[in-house]
Design a protein around this ligand. Structure first.
Ligand SMILES: Nc1ncnc2c1ncn2[C@@H]1O[C@H](COP(=O)(O)OP(=O)(O)OP(=O)(O)O)[C@@H](O)[C@H]1O
Ligand SMILES: [Mg+2]
Length: 415
C-alpha cells in the first residue's frame, strides 16, 4: 500500500477569488483518504491548467478538471473534450452539453417535463448577416409577422430576451405595442424570445446546484450588483426548499450540468423557473459575498469526491428516463419531480457523496470557518475587488464583502 496522487486541474479565465481560496483550503486540509478498493492513501494536487498546443494523443495528467472556460474559450473546450474521450478525464460541466444547449433548449426540455415555464415564443431575427442563400430562403419561406400580435396572445407586459441569453444582455420588459416594436427593432441579428411576464411575484430565488449540493438564495434583481444575492434567511418553507432543490437537480442532471443555477419566481402559489441555463455560474465574492464560503466548500467537496472515487464521466446526456416519467399520465407534477430528482440523485450519487463527506471531509466546515478569518482569505477578496472596482473604491468594497463573510462565520458558529 502506498500513496497515490489525484490531480485536480483548474481551467480558469478571469476568476481570481475562489481559486485562491480553493487552493488554500486544499493545502490546509492536506487530505489523505484511503482508497476504498486498494487501501492506498489518496493525496491531491491542485494545479492551474495552461493554454498551449497539444497533441491529440498526448496523455492528460488530471483526474478532474474544474472548467470555467468551455462556454467561450474554444481551445480549452476542445482540449477538455479530447481528454474526456481519450484519457478518462472527469470534468464539470459536460462540454458538449454546454456547447449545444441554449436557454431555449432548456425551456423546451423542462416544458416537456411539465415545469410551469411562462409561455414563450421565438421570433426570427430583425436583420441578418448577408449570405448567398439568404434572399431566396427568406423570400420563399419567411412569413410576415407582427410582434405585437404575440403580445396580444400571451399578454402584456412581456419580456423580450435573446434565446441564448446571459448577463441581462438584450433583456427588456415591454409594456405595449410601441415598446415591443422598438425592442424588436433594436434586437438586430439576435434571435429573440418573447416571454410572458410572471406577474406579481413575491419571491425570486436563485438555487445554486453543485452536484447534489444546493443552496437557495433570495435574489433582488433591482438591487445594485453587489446586493442582488441577499443575505436573508428563512424565506422558504422546508417544503418549498425541497421543491426548488428537486427542480434544480432535475435540470442539472438532465443536461449534465453539475454546477448550474436555477432562477425561479414565486407567484400565486407556483414556482416558475425562468432562467436555468447558467452552466458556468457566478462564483465571485463580489456578488456572492455571504454565500461565498459555501460556494468554495462546494467546489472542494465535489472536486475531491469525483477525484477520489474516480467518478466516471457521463459522456452522453441520456434523456430517455426523464421522458419515461414525463409520459406517465397518472403522476402529478410533484410526483414526477420526485422521480426526476431520484434519477438525479442516482446520477450524482447523492447517498455515496454524503457518506464520503461525512467520513473524509467532516473537518471541512471547521477548516473553512477558520480559513475565512485569515489574512490569506481577506487578500483573495481584496484581489478580486481590486480587479473589478475603481482604485478609490477598493478598500471600501473589500471591507464590505469581508464583513459579510464575517457575518457568515457568526451564523455558522451558532448553527
Ligand atoms: N418571464 C419573466 N417574468 C418576470 N421577470 C422576468 C422574466 N424573464 C426575465 N425576467 C427578469 O429579467 C431578468 C433577466 O432575465 P434572464 O434571467 O432570463 O436573463 P439573463 O440574461 O439570462 O440573466 P442572467 O445571466 O443575469 O441570469 C430576470 O432576472 C428577471 O428579473
Ligand atoms: Mg437570469
Amino acid at each position: 500500500m502506498g500513496d497515490i496522487v489525484r490531480r485536480i486541474g483548474l481551467s480558469l479565465g478571469a476568476d481570481i477569488c475562489w481559486p485562491l481560496c480553493f487552493e488554500a483550503l486544499m493545502r490546509d486540509l492536506d487530505l489523505r483518504i484511503p482508497d476504498e478498493k486498494t487501501g492506498d492513501t489518496i493525496r491531491f494536487e491542485v494545479e492551474r491548467v495552461f493554454i498551449e498546443p497539444f497533441d491529440l494523443r498526448q496523455p492528460c495528467k488530471y483526474d478532474v478538471v474544474v472548467d470555467r472556460l468551455t462556454h467561450w474559450y474554444h481551445t480549452s473546450r476542445e482540449w477538455i473534450k479530447k481528454a474526456i474521450l481519450m484519457d478518462g478525464l472527469y470534468v464539470f460541466n459536460n462540454p458538449w452539453s454546454v456547447q449545444a444547449n441554449e436557454k431555449h433548449t432548456t425551456y423546451c426540455a423542462m416544458m416537456a417535463l411539465g415545469m410551469p415555464i411562462p409561455d414563450t415564443w421565438m421570433v426570427p431575427p430583425k436583420s441578418y448577416e448577408p449570405t448567398p442563400d439568404l434572399k431566396p430562403t427568406l423570400s420563399r419561406y419567411a412569413k410576415l409577422f407582427d410582434v405585437k400580435r404575440i403580445g396580444d396572445r400571451i399578454g402584456w407586459p412581456m419580456f423580450m430576451k435573446p434565446y441564448d441569453g446571459g448577463g441581462w444582455r438584450g433583456v427588456s420588459k415591454v409594456d405595449d405595442a410601441a415598446a415591443v416594436n422598438k425592442a424588436y427593432e433594436e434586437s438586430g441579428k439576435s434571435v429573440m424570445h418573447l416571454q410572458s411576464m410572471v406577474n406579481g411575484w413575491d419571491r425570486f430565488v436563485r438555487c445554486i446546484g453543485f452536484g447534489p449540493q444546493t443552496r437557495c438564495v433570495l435574489y433582488d434583481p433591482d438591487a445594485p450588483l453587489h446586493d442582488r444575492y441577499t443575505m436573508k434567511r428563512d424565506f422558504l418553507t422546508k417544503k418549498e426548499e425541497e421543491h426548488l432543490r428537486k427542480v434544480t437537480l432535475t435540470i442539472n442532471a438532465f443536461f449534465g450540468w453539475e454546477f448550474n443555477s436555477c432562477e425561479a419566481l414565486h407567484a400565486n402559489g407556483v414556482w416558475h423557473p425562468i432562467d436555468f441555463a447558467n452552466p458556468c455560474p457566478d462564483s465571485q465574492v463580489t456578488s456572492l459575498h455571504f454565500h461565498f464560503p459555501w460556494m468554495v466548500k462546494s467546489y472542494v467537496r465535489w472536486a475531491v469526491f469525483c477525484a477520489a472515487t474516480k467518478k466516471p464521466m457521463r459522456k452522453n446526456q441520456d434523456w430517455a428516463p426523464f421522458y419515461a416519467v414525463a409520459a406517465d399520465e397518472e403522476l402529478s407534477y410533484e410526483e414526477k419531480l420526485d422521480r426526476y430528482a431520484a434519477i438525479a440523485d442516482e446520477r450524482f450519487e447523492t447517498a455515496r457523496f454524503e457518506e464520503f463527506c461525512a467520513k473524509h471531509l467532516a473537518h471541512l466546515d471547521e477548516v473553512t470557518w477558520g480559513f475565512f478569518g485569515t489574512p490569506v482569505a481577506r487578500d483573495a477578496v481584496h484581489q478580486k475587488v481590486a480587479a473589478l472596482f475603481p482604485a478609490h473604491e477598493t478598500e471600501q468594497f473589500t471591507e464590505l464583502f469581508w464583513s459579510r463573510i464575517q457575518e457568515w462565520r457568526k451564523v455558522e458558529q451558532k448553527s
